[in-house]
Design a protein around this ligand. Structure first.
Ligand SMILES: C[S@@+](CC[C@H](N)C(=O)[O-])C[C@H]1O[C@@H](n2cnc3c(N)ncnc32)[C@H](O)[C@@H]1O
Length: 266
C-alpha cells in the first residue's frame, strides 16, 4: 500500500467520532479553553524546556490533532500553524482557539500533500509528537519536509512512543512480555487512538487505522540522512501514561515509554 492509500484510511479513521472523544476527555472547547488560559505552559512545559521563550516565534505543530498544544503556544505569544488530516480535529481546535481568544492557522491536509499556497517555510520550530511517525510508510519524505519547513538555525522537536515499548512489549494479563517483533516492517491495523474515550457502542462502529512502526535505528538514520543535525536523543523513564492502563506497577521506570530527538537545521 502506498502513502496515499494509507493516508486515506487514516483520514477516515480520524474523522469519525473524534470531536465527541475530545469533549469526553477535556470537556467542550469553551471549558478546556479556560483551563489552558489559566495555565498556558502546562500542556507544553516539556517542549518549552527545549524552546525557551516562544513569544513571536513561528511554530509548526505537525499532526497537531485537537490543537491543545497549538493553542498553548499561541497563548504564550507564538505564531502557530497546525497541519492535520482530520477536519473533525480542526473543528475542535478552532473552537478551542476561538474560546481562548487566540489565532492559529490550521491546515487540513495530508502532511505530504500540502497545497502550494500553504507550503511550510521559515519556521523557528517544528514540533511533531506522540503517535505520529507510524502514519508514514517512508520516513525520508517526512523528515525532508521538516527540514524544508525550518529556517536556517531552526529546531526540530520530535517526541514519540519508544519503539522498544510499542514494537516489542505486550500486555498479557497483568504481565508485560517482550514477545513482539522489533524488526517487523509490515503495516498493521490498530484501533484509532481516541477510541478508548468513547462508549463501547460508539467504539464498535469505528473503522481501524493502518500504521507502520519504525525502529529507533530507522528513525535516527532517516533524520541524519535528511541533513538535520541531531543534538539530543533522550529516552524517557517514569512516563506512566505512555503504557497501557493495566501495565504492571513501576514498568515505566524499567522500559523507556517515550523518546525525544532534538535536531537543528544549519
Ligand atoms: C495521535 S495524533 C498526534 C497527537 C497530537 N500531537 C497530540 O498530542 O494531540 C495523530 C494525528 O495525526 C493525524 N494524521 C494521521 N496521518 C496524517 C497525515 N498523513 N497527514 C497529516 N495528519 C495525519 C491524525 O488526524 C491525528 O490527529
Amino acid at each position: 500500500m502506498n502513502q496515499e492509500s494509507i493516508s486515506k484510511v487514516n483520514q477516515i479513521g480520524w474523522d469519525q467520532s473524534v470531536y465527541q472523544a475530545w469533549v469526553n476527555r477535556h470537556g467542550l472547547p469553551n471549558e478546556y479553553a479556560q483551563k489552558l488560559k489559566s495555565n498556558p505552559t502546562r500542556a507544553v512545559s516539556y517542549y518549552i524546556k527545549y524552546m525557551g521563550d516562544v513569544r513571536d516565534k513561528k511554530i509548526a505543530n505537525l499532526l497537531g490533532s485537537k490543537g491543545n498544544k497549538a493553542v498553548s503556544f499561541a497563548l504564550l505569544g507564538a505564531d502557530v500553524t497546525v497541519v492535520d488530516i482530520s477536519k473533525e480535529n480542526r473543528r475542535y481546535a478552532m473552537e478551542l482557539a476561538n474560546q481562548a481568544d487566540v489565532n492559529i492557522k490550521y491546515i487540513v491536509s495530508d502532511l505530504l500533500e500540502i497545497p502550494e499556497e500553504d507550503k511550510l517555510a521559515d519556521f523557528d520550530f517544528v514540533v511533531l509528537e506522540l503517535g505520529v511517525l507510524h502514519y508514514f510508510v517512508d520516513l525520508m519524505p517526512l523528515f525532508n519536509l521538516v527540514r524544508n519547513s525550518l529556517k536556517s538555525g531552526g529546531k526540530f522537536i520530535l517526541r514519540d512512543y519508544h519503539p522498544f515499548a510499542s514494537k516489542l512489549m505486550n500486555l498479557e494479563g497483568d504481565k508485560m512480555i517482550a514477545n513482539g517483533d522489533y524488526f517487523e516492517t509490515e503495516l498493521v491495523d490498530v484501533d484509532v487512538a481516541y477510541s478508548i474515550l468513547l462508549s463501547e457502542n460508539e467504539r464498535a462502529k469505528l473503522t481501524k487505522n493502518k500504521i507502520r512502526r519504525w525502529t529507533l535505528g530507522e528513525i535516527v538514520t532517516s533524520i541524519a540522512k535528511a541533513n538535520l543535525n541531531m543534538e539530543i536523543l533522550e529516552e524517557e523513564s517514569g512516563i506512566r501514561w505512555a503504557f497501557p492502563v493495566n501495565s504492571p506497577e513501576g514498568i515505566e521506570n524499567k522500559i523507556p515509554g517515550l523518546f525525544t530527538i532534538i535536531a537543528n537545521k544549519y
